[in-house]
Write a protein that binds this ligand. Structure first.
Ligand code: HDE
Length: 730
């Protein structure tokens, strides 16, 4: 029998067998090892051309005479500049701005009853993952914090091949059929004639499109909610959105919705804060992810499954193939089956985060698609988009995209082929190479499509069971707390006030919002100078996929949709939170240390902020300053602490900036703490109520005594109900 040829990396000539025979139980290092042959050689410090020729002078180009023209002969200059000229690849059409991290996923118990996917069967295996978070509308250089959906794409490097769960932080989508995706994206992206606005949905074309495409109503409610302003990627839920199938070894199938539940809970920024961050700290979410990992505060999520069968699917008042619908957790509970931990930052943003290629079509045995028309279209789109982004059909050979299990087939050649395939055969069947590689039977682990029955008439048609566009938008609204409702009303008002054409504003209010909630519609109408709309005609009951009709669940609520529900917006865990400790001459060094230590013990970080970077002459010793009040704005912190001993507000250096800093933190509903009379006086002078020492997230008292209460307030994330917060700073 012919020997299986060794595949080699074209540039290093190292065997390309890094994926084969890898030790399954050490997956993070497994992916790191899989990348190793492609890393720049660490011991080679000589500057060379790409051909390896040592370079003697990298400061001066070759020229004729000291002040003469540069010569075309300078191949070193030409190679360097040519490479530079081609350093960019097309950014993603959508989800261009992103940040990513490595980690692992581990299942708690075998899920073999419902799926034969190996990575969901063995609790001893840690499967390497690479996760990319993104905004959707902005370009690659845009800010992290606009109001937007966030992408939540997970690549599992399993022993049966790569599985990509390409989800979002919202469980529903704007459209029902893939054929409308280019229209939606053209409408939400900057307008084509002037490329304005960047990374914002607040403009005419988006609202024109959605008010004419009412299937977007439910997702527009999510987009206008606080979910669109995540405080941290580590504080977002993730959703696979579509209904998928799980298939077990007996070939029994069940439906599944995939969820990611953040251990830190779901928490959001304030809209004013998000806008300011976009200017003052545009890398806010990206830096947060990076620093959490560098500090060992690894972001974690539990994988949740909502599993159900045909009978249940049939009993719902919506169609499980419709991606504008979610399944309330009260209807089908989410079972948490495993944990994902992100514990390693990429070494190279371009090589990893930019070149990673997610494809919904990357499935493993035991997981299957359904006929969701959006998913069906996505299965084409992702592979197709990589061809132009990554320059050809060999993008799976780019280190970040390579499976960690062995892979082989007869696919050869093409742009940027890295593998040096040896041997005569690149076809099957063959007799010259023992018929290798050989297909694996389904019984032995080969992939099989679930044999779902399909029959129907070929037509361009939308199922009548997809026609209810408002019941779940109402469900979402009805499930919100008063604070969340206030934020949603504010968001619609902001966005529509940015829409120039009055007929579009009116259409959104009458055709969309009035169908969801008349109070919401009237409040928004008043804010954008339009009359309150009339009550809409009653919705007809939507048709069901099985032909039966069922009344929509308009009046119901789903409490687990509210992020102010402590089960979703988990409270008490302040890991990775950042607290500003404002200091000036006279500040008590002991207070600063006490608070820093208490915060560190709770997993948070206290950073000392001064008027300049010079150490402050504190009472009891010098205090080192981490950042100045100008370089780290108030919006970059979760809470503010004022130690005792400083002069009254007016006498402090940079008093105006200081007032703004504290006032903004108050406005953004953050926890504030002050020790000693002078610090409390600074708050009082700003009009901040400190009377009972603990109201609305404001804590006063000796550092050692208040640290626990301060930490408790930070753990609540925000005091959203703080009275009068919109009037500060003055
Ligand atoms: Fe995507 N989407 N999408 N999308 N999507 C892309 O693929 C597309 C949809 C999502 O971090 C593109 O590699 C179509 C839903 C994420 O690299 C592109 C349709 C959901 C990411 C594409 C959808 C998503 C993308 C652009 C409707 C949530 C970023 C670059 C049929 C479940 C992945 C790329 C990353 C990226 C197409 C709808 C999530 C053009 C045609 C629904 C997280 O292929």
């Amino acid at each position: 029998m012919a020997k299986t040829p060794t595949k080699r990396n074209a540039s290093t000539n190292a065997p390309l067998k890094s994926s084969a025979g890898r030790h399954v139980k050490e997956p993070v290092s497994a992916k790191a090892a899989a990348l190793a042959p492609f890393r720049a050689l660490p011991n080679d410090k000589t500057l060379t051309t790409n051909g390896g020729v040592p370079i003697a002078d990298d400061e001066n180009s070759l020229r004729a005479g000291e002040r003469g023209p540069t010569l075309l002969e300078d191949f070193i200059l030409r190679e360097k500049i040519t490479h530079f000229d081609h350093e960019r690849i097309p950014e993603r059409v959508v989800h261009a701005r992103g940040a990513a991290a490595h980690g692992y996923f581990q299942v708690y118990e075998s899920q073999s009853a419902v799926t034969r996917a190996a990575f969901l069967n063995d609790p001893n295996v840690q499967t390497p993952v690479f996760v990319r978070f993104s905004t959707v509308g902005g370009s690659r250089g845009s800010a992290d914090t606009p109001r937007d959906v966030r992408g939540f794409a997970v690549k599992f490097y399993t022993q049966e091949g790569n599985f990509d769960l390409v989800g979002n932080n919202m469980p529903v989508f704007f459209i029902q059929d893939a054929i409308k995706f280019p229209d939606f994206v053209h409408a939400v992206k900057p307008e084509p004639h002037n490329e304005i606005p960047q990374a914002s949905s607040a403009h005419d074309t988006l609202w024109d499109f959605v008010s004419l495409t009412l299937e977007s109503s439910h997702t527009m409610m999510w987009l206008m909610s606080d979910r669109a302003l995540p405080r941290s990627y580590a504080m977002m839920e993730g959703f696979g959105v579509h209904t998928f199938r799980l298939i077990n070894a007996d070939n029994e199938a069940r439906y599944v919705k995939f969820h990611w539940k953040p251990v830190l809970g779901v928490h959001s920024l304030d809209w004013d804060e998000a806008q300011k961050l976009a200017g003052k700290e545009p890398d806010f979410n990206r830096r947060d992810l990076y620093e959490r990992i560098e500090n060992g505060q690894f972001p974690q999520w539990e994988l949740g499954l909502q599993i159900f069968g045909d009978a249940e699917a049939d009993s719902f008042d919506f169609d499980i193939l419709d991606p504008t619908k979610l399944i309330p957790e009260e209807l089908v509970p989410v079972t948490r089956v495993g944990k994902m931990v992100l514990n390693r930052n990429p070494d190279s943003y371009f090589a990893e985060t930019e070149q990673v290629a997610f494809c919904t079509s990357h499935l493993v045995p035991g997981i299957g698609f359904t006929n969701d028309p959006l998913l069906q279209g996505r299965n084409f789109s992702y592979l197709d988009t990589q061809l132009s982004r990554l320059g050809g059909p060999n993008f799976h050979e780019i280190p970040i995209n390579r499976p960690v299990c062995p892979f082989s087939n007869g696919q050869r050649d093409g742009l940027h082929r890295m593998t040096i395939d040896a041997g005569e055969t690149s076809y099957s069947p063959n007799s010259l190479d023992g018929n290798f590689p050989i297909a694996k039977s389904v019984e032995a682990g080969g992939f099989a499509t679930y044999p779902a029955r399909v029959d129907g008439v070929m037509r361009r048609v939308r199922s009548a069971s997809f026609s209810d566009h408002f019941s779940q938008a109402k469900l979402f609204w009805n499930s919100m707390s008063d604070t969340e409702k206030e934020h949603i009303t504010g968001a619609f008002s902001f966005e529509l006030a940015k829409v120039k054409r009055v007929e579009i504003r009116r259409r959104v209010i009458e055709k969309m919002l009035a169908q969801i909630d008349l109070g919401l519609a009237s409040a928004v109408a008043a804010n954008v100078g339009l009359p309150a709309p009339a009550a809409p005609a009653q919705n007809g009951a939507p048709a069901k996929a099985n032909g039966k009709s069922k009344a929509p669940a308009a009046a119901l609520t789903s409490p687990l949709l509210s992020q102010l529900n402590p089960q979703i917006g988990v409270i008490g865990n302040i890991t990775g939170r950042k607290v500003a400790i404002l200091v000036a001459d006279g500040a008590a060094a002991a207070d600063v240390e006490t608070m820093k230590d208490a915060l560190a013990d709770a997993g948070a970080e206290g950073l000392v902020i001064g008027a300049t970077l010079a150490p402050v002459a504190g009472e009891g010793g010098q205090i080192a300053v981490d950042h100045t009040i100008l370089t780290m704005p108030s919006v970059a912190f979760d809470a503010v602490y004022l130690p005792s001993g400083m002069a009254p507000a007016a006498a402090l250096p940079g008093a105006g900036e200081l007032r703004n800093f504290i006032g903004e933190a108050y406005k953004h509903a953050k926890a504030l703490a002050a020790s000693g009379d002078s610090a409390a006086d600074i708050l009082t002078k700003l009009g901040i109520e400190t009377a009972d020492g603990h109201a609305n997230g404001v804590v006063t008292g000796e550092a050692a005594e208040i640290s626990a209460r301060f930490i408790e307030e930070i753990g609540k994330h925000r005091a959203w109900s703080r009275v009068g917060r919109m009037t500060v700073p003055r």
